[in-house]
Design a protein around this ligand. Structure first.
Ligand code: FAD
Length: 485
């Protein structure tokens, strides 16, 4: 049964956390986040939709900007479903943070914030490569305490940063609702690394199913692609996967095509609850016709190695299970007890100028939070659209403060509508509640064209626009590349 939330933390991150606890506080070095200057020190935590956009727009002549993020890139998340099946390459969905040479970037996790001393404790996020080098250099005794030597490895020590102003934009994690086995046996789709793992697993399933020793029953299990969560991401992934299965994979593995199945499970009776009912019905009918099975009112009790245990159906085998059932708080946000949080989402409560509030009810003048990690009074959805607009407004506020300009005032969200790709050159666009422009709904090929144009336009660099156009065209002309690596 899908109930309470727990975030899914990767084993590597868990292991890093364990190592961190073992480090005495005396080992934490302190560094000023500035180069010597009179500028204010602005530290931005996260390089996603919120953090990256603030970094881009804030006045670097007036602020010394430091970005702390485990990802040295910004990931254009709406393109990840396409990247996970090979419609586009991964780089088309990424923008490197280091493009901005005026910004100091530290590849690290922010672990703790001391709001009184205005200091952040950070842990480098480069441990895995340090570990790899240790393994490569054949250092023995690495097994159980595999991460221990890495703590003494150059560049893998915790450190502290001081800030004058802090922007928390660390996003959220995937919710598992406490379902056993999800973190171990299902795949999440939050980042480009997840998309790469999914792509590899899809092709692995086909190669495994091609082995002469595999029985028909095993083959059917390996080629069952289960998606848990019928929100826009689950639906888009089902659509992209269906495109891939019915074109490139069917061509490459014609004998396996009859065994392939896609099933979308949700605890709610219907998919796409955040869309207008008629659009959700349109997508449902389209999936029906395409042979994508939608199973609503299903309660996943456990995910085992290669099977789902569903209350209503018992054990259902799968080759790949993609889990997408919503959001849980980021561990950094969970660790903050000094600031007010939203009771339902446990995100940081923010004012209409993104300032956080202490638990004593005092507004924190220099601590801002945006995106999925934050909760405005007027509840807004956890989307890139919201995070990006908040970031743009926050940059205005920060710039006005140092330029001595008038305060831009309270933030208001401009709803530009929502859309989702549903496969087979078809999409749904919901503009029934947009703030500006024509209202209404769009489906099919016209909606698909709008969907692609919007993401092409929103892409952050000319380089990625060209790359996207190239990959869309190359996929249409010559299919997806099916190699595993
Ligand atoms: P993120 O973009 O998630 O960024 C968080 C950043 O913080 C990351 O760089 C992360 O590495 C970093 N971080 C995490 N922990 C720490 C830490 N401890 N210290 C420092 N840094 C940290 N929204 C839409 O509007 N339209 C769509 O079509 C759409 N499609 C989506 C498709 C997918 C597959 C996914 C996963 C999401 C999609 N979304 C979409 C939702 C959208 O991506 C999120 O709402 C948005 O990313 C939130 O922005 P953010 O800046 O709050 O967090």
């Amino acid at each position: 049964m899908l109930r309470a939330t727990t975030q899914a933390v990767s084993p590597a991150r868990r292991a890093q956390g364990a190592t961190r606890l073992a480090l005495a506080s005396s080992e934490v070095r302190h560094f000023s986040s500035t180069r010597p200057s009179q500028k204010q020190r602005l530290v931005i935590l996260g390089s996603g939709w919120g953090g990256y956009e603030v970094m881009q727009r804030v006045d670097k002549r007036k602020y010394d900007v430091t970005v702390v993020s485990p990802n040295s890139y910004f990931a254009f998340t709406p393109l990840l479903t396409g990247a996970s099946v090979g419609t586009i390459d991964f780089n088309s969905a990424l923008e490197p943070v280091r493009r901005y040479s005026q910004v100091r970037y530290l590849q690290a996790w922010a672990d703790k914030v001391d709001f009184d001393r205005k200091r952040i404790t950070c842990m480098p996020a480069t441990g895995s490569s340090a570990k790899k080098q240790l393994i490569d250099s054949k250092i023995q005794d690495i097994q159980d305490q595999s991460l221990k030597p890495a703590a003494s490895y150059p560049g893998w020590k915790p450190f502290e940063l001081t800030y004058d102003k802090l922007v928390v934009a660390v996003g959220a994690y995937s919710a598992t609702f406490g379902t056993p086995g999800v973190a171990d046996h299902a795949y999440f789709l939050k980042d480009v690394r997840d998309a790469a793992k999914i792509r590899n697993r899809i092709y692995e399933c086909f190669e495994l199913a091609s082995q002469p020793t595999v029985t028909d029953q095993e083959r059917a299990g390996l080629l069952h692609f289960a998606i848990v969560g019928g929100g826009p991401t689950g639906v888009e992934f089902a659509g992209e996967l269906h495109d891939t299965l019915t074109t490139d994979l069917e061509q490459a593995y014609p004998e396996l095509a009859p065994h392939c199945r896609i099933t979308l499970y949700d605890v709610a009776p219907n998919i796409l609850g955040s869309f207008d009912k008629s659009l959700a019905e349109y997508a449902t009918k389209k999936f029906d016709r395409a042979g994508i099975s939608i199973k609503g009112s299903r309660h996943v009790k456990r995910v085992g190695e290669g099977y789902l245990e569903i209350e209503e159906e018992g054990k259902v085998p799968f080759g790949l299970c993609v889990w997408n059932t919503g959001l849980a708080p980021n561990p950094l946000i969970e660790s903050i007890s000094e600031l007010e949080k939203d009771e339902k989402t446990h995100s940081l409560k923010i004012s209409d100028q993104f300032r956080t509030t202490s638990t004593e009810g005092q507004e924190m003048k220099d601590v801002f939070c945006i995106g999925d990690a934050s909760a405005l009074k007027e509840k807004l959805p956890a989307t890139a659209q919201v995070a990006s607009q908040e970031a743009q407004w926050l940059a205005k506020i920060l710039n006005a403060e140092v330029r001595g300009r008038a305060d831009p005032g309270a933030f208001t969200f401009h709803n530009q509508g929502t859309m989702a790709y549903i496969g087979d050159w078809s999409a749904i666009v919901d503009r029934s509640e947009v703030s500006e422009g024509p209202k209404g709904e769009l489906t099919g090929r016209a909606a698909w064209l709008l969907w692609r144009s919007a993401y092409l336009y929103k892409s952050l660099s000319w380089r990625n626009r060209i790359s996207l156009l190239y990959h869309w065209f190359a996929t249409w002309l010559g299919g997806r590349r099916l190699s595993r690596y």
